[in-house]
Design a protein around this ligand. Structure first.
Ligand code: IMP
Length: 408
């Protein structure tokens, strides 16, 4: 059996949730393999709005087990808050349904402080200020604190946190911040130890056997163009976001991955700094932002809006070796007289679609939208399998039928 990987093909916020929610219904396991509480996903649990950051999409379905992989970073207080919200809206996430890889690194107050102070300098890149960059820095620096470290004898855990503070407080102070005390960092770790231990998994290869028996869904966070190696550096996040990162970040057996479902918006949005070649500064951009509710789920920041950049999209498709594209939010462009896309460095213009379906016939998409999709397919080199046609979870139009995502 092979297992689908869902990744964003742009700068995050592509509407991956629509697809992951759909696939999670059929999955036994939903696995996050990168990022931390920088991701944001709005879900409705029993009519109550919950924004999830670290908990995988399987939270919606009783049957699914959820896994926060080794390549993720976890801010303990934020995760606790998220779990409390889920418990209030639905039922508590028990350790039978949520597992945390012992290798995932913890985001402690010193990481949040380092991210925060850096963002006040002229070296800001517009992060979500969730301590993501510094947590991956201390991981690579081999000074990080891992979820599994919460099981250490108190003296050993203290020594780790002391070393972290010893090496990174001078940097924090030199950047204009105030020292993050050992006590406040240890306090957060100790609190985490009070509740997180039952969720921890110690297996080195948690999915080696599972991948041969159960349906898994690999859920990527952010988007390919924010990949630390392959994105638009330095305006990137600090983890790998391409589909290949699932193998290392879960970890998941490489030969069991695929198909890769790349999610792209019918236009482009970005939060944070960095160039958008197709950025719209006019009333068209305003209208799209408003109609598409383009405000960050994690930070509430208004998202910058632009036309689709097919040169970037093609690169993203290739970097993630996508099998097909899901195009979300094409309904947001309904009523635009003209829709544009950048391809081979030049703008191409397409007549807009006054309605999604010609004469309300939901079996077909408007021919102008079909023409736009045909161009995207040719440019990207893979089929546009489905199109999001509205905010409702079920508002999806399958253009080439619905495949079995877990082919044996
Ligand atoms: P960080 O991941 O918080 O370090 O932020 C680095 C860059 O990635 C910034 O431009 C953020 O706005 C962006 N980013 C991080 N996570 C997301 C996300 O889930 N959606 C959209 N942008 C994100």
């Amino acid at each position: 059996m092979k297992h689908p990987v869902v990744v964003g093909l742009q700068y995050g916020d592509e509407g991956k949730g629509k697809v992951t929610d759909l696939l999670a219904q059929e999955a036994d396991w939903v696995i996050r393999f990168n990022g931390g509480s920088n991701a944001g996903h709005t879900i409705w649990l029993n009519g109550k709005k919950v924004v999830t950051h670290s908990v995988p999409s399987g939270v919606l379905y009783e049957k699914a087990q959820n896994y926060i992989g080794a390549g993720c970073v976890i801010e303990p207080r934020a995760l606790r808050k998220e779990l409390n919200e889920i418990a209030t809206a639905a039922a508590p996430m028990k350790p039978e349904r949520l597992k945390i890889d012992f290798r995932a690194h913890l985001t402690l107050p010193i990481h949040l402080a380092l991210d925060g102070v850096r963002e006040t300098t002229n070296q800001s890149i517009g992060t979500t200020k969730r301590g993501i960059g510094p947590t991956y820095v201390t991981k690579m620096d081999r000074l990080g604190v891992r979820a599994g470290d919460l099981r250490l004898p108190t003296g050993d855990l203290k020594a780790k946190i002391e070393a972290l503070c010893q090496f990174y407080n001078p940097l924090l102070k030199a950047s204009g911040g105030t020292e993050s005390s050992f006590e406040e960092n240890f306090q957060v770790a100790r609190e985490a130890g009070d509740w997180m231990l039952p969720f921890l998994v110690d297996e080195l290869t948690p999915f080696y056997d599972v991948a041969r028996q159960k349906r898994c869904l690999l859920e990527g966070a952010q988007g390919v163009l924010l990949d630390a190696d392959h994105g638009r550096y330095p305006f990137v996040t600090s983890s790998n976001t391409i589909a290949g990162a699932a193998a290392a970040g879960a970890p998941f057996p490489l030969s069991k991955l695929g198909p890769v479902i790349g999610i792209a918006k019918a236009y482009l949005t970005r939060v944070g700094l960095g160039e958008i070649a197709t950025e719209l500064f006019d009333e068209t951009g305003e209208r799209i932002r408003k109609n598409g509710h383009e405000f960050g789920a994690t930070t509430g920041r208004p998202r910058r809006v632009g036309w689709l950049n097919l040169d970037e999209l093609r690169a993203a498709v290739r970097l993630s070796d996508c099998t097909y594209i899901f195009l979300t939010k094409s309904d947001v462009l309904t009523g635009e007289k003209e829709v544009k896309a950048l391809y081979e460095g030049e703008y191409h213009s397409f007549p807009g679609w006054p309605e999604m379906h010609p004469g309300g016939d939901t079996k077909r998409l408007h021919p102008n939208l079909e023409a736009y999709l045909g161009f995207i397919e040719k440019a990207a080199g893979v089929p546009v399998l489905a199109v999001g046609t509205g905010t409702d979870r079920s508002a999806l139009h399958w253009r080439h039928g619905r495949p079995d995502f877990w082919k044996v």
